[in-house]
Design a protein around this ligand. Sequence first.
Ligand code: GLN
Length: 515
Amino acid sequence: MSLARQSATELLALLNAGQTTSVALTETFLDQIKQHDPQVKAFLRVDQQAALARAADIDQRRRAGKPLGRLAGLPVAIKDLLCTKGEITTCGSKMLEHFAPPYDATVIAKLKAADAVLIGKTNMDEFAMGGSTENSAYQKTANPWDLERTPGGSSGGAAAAIAAAMAPLSVGSDTGGSIRQPAGLCGITGLKPTYGRVSRYGLVAFASSLDQIGPLAQTAEDTALLLEVLAGHDPLDSTSIDRPVPKYSETVKQPLKGLRLGLVREHFGPGLEAEVEQAVRSAVDVYRSLGATVKDISLPHGKYGVATYYIIAPCEASSNLARYDGVHYGHRTDEKKLESAIAQRRATLQAAGRHAESEAVDNPLVWMYRQSRAEGFGPEVKRRIMLGTYALSAGYYDAYYLKALKVRRLIRNDYDAAFAEVDLIVGPVTTATAFKLGEKVNDPLSMYLVDLYTVSANLAGVGGIAFPCGFGAGGLPIGLQLQAPPFEEERLLRAAHMFQQATDWHQRRAPMVPA
Ligand code: GLN
């Protein structure tokens, strides 16, 4: 079997047994990138030389019998919103085209300490806002199962890199579904940890009360391995929780006895494609055959999830993104463009008979901010900033933002009630398989509705995992989602692994993956 096809756990065993080297592995994945990334476009940047040098160094330390980290020699791809010291981190935006952070995100420092080989930075929707990776300012990533379709988003590059065997592990982020949804659409495994499980220090912020970093991989076992490295308390992120990190990579192998699953009644309503429903129901039968009991439950406020999320996330984004003004951070317009923008505006105001000063037209600083932001942000980011600014403004705050916070609490209460009765909630990740590139770009509402089954976990702060449970028309992967009470990542991983031991959906690979 080609090295590219093997799981991270298998590759690690080969490395530890001296049956392969990190250089050989890294070359294999770089080769896969070279051959297929011109079509898939999962990566924004690949530093071949640095990756090979790092791999060679790890191989040498291994040969010398030096102690090595948990992921020693394994290539890992990184979503381009995690700060990598001295290396460009764009967040998929023109705003950060030249941004080379002066420090590493905590998870990057942890990966380096674990002796992972950082192979490249993956494409994403600008500032993680989107569900198809089409909002990237740089390129559109394709789904490795069908190049005319989206890999999902916003961690579309991270998911496509795994599905196309361009890396055995990748790191993404999930604010409203951005790990689980692309994992589901690409036929891989992805986990959104509980809010606070993984440090967000060095993650370019989108919506700080919802953002979490998490692992994407081929199998639950690999996901466990990566989470073990990423998780843990960090004094640099006051929202990270000080709880011991379980040995996920070991406990993942323990099957769950007497598992009680909850099937959410409201998930099986209008909009859910028949093939997805069928695959999810068959997956539930697999769990039954493994001894689980299944019960219908209700998350009555889930129907407000998308509306609530699309108030809270833009509100937080509008405030987080205020720092990109061309001075503190981000793209700054040049003098010429600035002058012509001011002249244009003056002319418009004059023609309308309005006094120029009223719009601060004579204040070049304000104009510099305006013009820099106009040039640096793409349309979806601007839409969110406007939505958020509006919802937070005096007079609307109570009606929108405060109301949304109250509904958020009700959604969390629903979860608490459900988890009093069941161990895990099981259901679909999305209503349908991967949609065509271009299909939803001009219809933001239909793009937002893709998040139907994923946003509630972020609003409630609970963890969720997505993994393949079947294939639909055209051979497109269908994902299954499990959600667990806070800090029960072990349960998610064990349940996913149990399923993967009993089925082989996760072993089916996209056509470009070598045999
Ligand atoms: N699709 C959702 C959005 O556009 C979720 C994105 C995310 O999780 N980063 O906001």
